[in-house]
Design a protein around this ligand. Structure first.
Ligand code: ATP
Ligand code: MG
Length: 275
């Protein structure tokens, strides 16, 4: 872009983007969607490589797979283009990126970057934070106290396993072997119906760690009741009847009002039925 006098004008945004992409500065970038965050990160990585950083020493973490693919595509697209540019073209691109004229050795390095970044063992690492954490756990299973050959459960597999567990739980055999279980399941079904029971199982699964902690402490029905009372902040003398009494003091109920509402509803019904 140029102004009236023909001077090159660099927008404020580009200046700020260039500052954030300067490898020697630590930067925290927070900006609106589509405003150029990925653009800045990709440029920062390319400038690091241009200054001779080892590709394997660079780690870029994203939240989604789409974002890491996007980062990776942009970097390799730029480096791929550089291989094919002539000296003048490449010098121009580097000058634009670095904000100063390219040095001859930079041109040679710039042309090799595509191959170096691709070929280095362990290469340039651009991945999701989930993939990174999984890789760390695979390398340090002892320290993390997990089995060495674990695999990560995806949502679909988890749903299948949950359905299988439900089938086993509801089998006649497990009910015959465990009358307490049969009684508990029957009560849960009576209270919540089929849908409510599934919701209960899903809820327990989603908060299984909390439930397991509760289960470990609630060894007897009394202990379970004490834990629940504590969690709800109930006083020792409070029970179902006293709670209903406190929440709905009978003498404070607006009985006339409720009766009027019922009458009105009945009137509506009569009208609906064509009087
Ligand atoms: N300084 C710039 N010059 C030219 N194009 C730019 C510049 N900054 C960003 N863009 C372009 O704007 C578009 C959006 O940028 P980018 O994808 O980097 O934004 P983002 O902040 O990462 O978006 P999102 O929030 O969706 O992840 C891209 O096509 C990018 O190439
Ligand atoms: Mg982005």
């Amino acid at each position: 872009m140029t102004d009236d006098s023909g001077m090159s004008v660099i927008s404020d945004t580009t200046l700020r983007q260039n500052l954030a992409a300067t490898p020697t500065l630590s930067a925290w970038v927070s900006a609106n969607a589509g405003s150029g965050k990925t653009h800045v990160l990709a440029r920062r990585v390319i400038r690091l490589l241009l200054r001779g950083a080892r590709p394997s020493a660079i780690l870029c973490l994203t939240y989604t797979k789409a974002a890491s693919a996007e980062m990776s595509n942009r970097i390799f697209r730029t480096l791929g283009e550089w291989v094919r540019l002539d000296d003048a073209g490449l010098a121009g691109r580097i000058a634009e990126l670095e904000g100063r004229e390219a040095e001859p050795h930079q041109l040679i390095r710039a042309r090799r970057l595509f191959a170096t970044a691709l070929e280095t063992p362990g290469g340039l690492k651009i991945q999701t934070i989930h993939a990174f954490c999984e890789a760390v756990l695979h390398r340090f299973p002892l320290e993390a106290n997990i089995p060495g050959h674990f695999s990560v459960l995806d949502d679909q597999k988890a749903t299948e396993l949950l359905a299988e567990a439900r089938r086993q739980l509801m089998s006649t055999q497990s009910f015959e072997n465990d009358p307490d279980l049969a009684a508990a399941v029957t009560e849960a079904l009576d209270t919540g119906g089929e849908a409510g029971f599934d919701k209960l199982l899903q809820g327990l699964y989603a908060r299984r760690r909390d439930y397991m902690a509760f289960d470990a402490r609630a060894r007897t029905p009394q202990a379970a009741e004490a834990l629940i009372r504590d969690a709800l902040g109930l006083l020792p003398q409070e029970n179902e009847a006293s709670l209903v009494e406190t929440a709905w003091p009978l003498d404070a109920l607006p009985v006339d009002y409720i009766r009027a509402v019922f009458d009105f509803a009945r009137l509506g019904q009569i009208i609906d039925q064509g009087l």
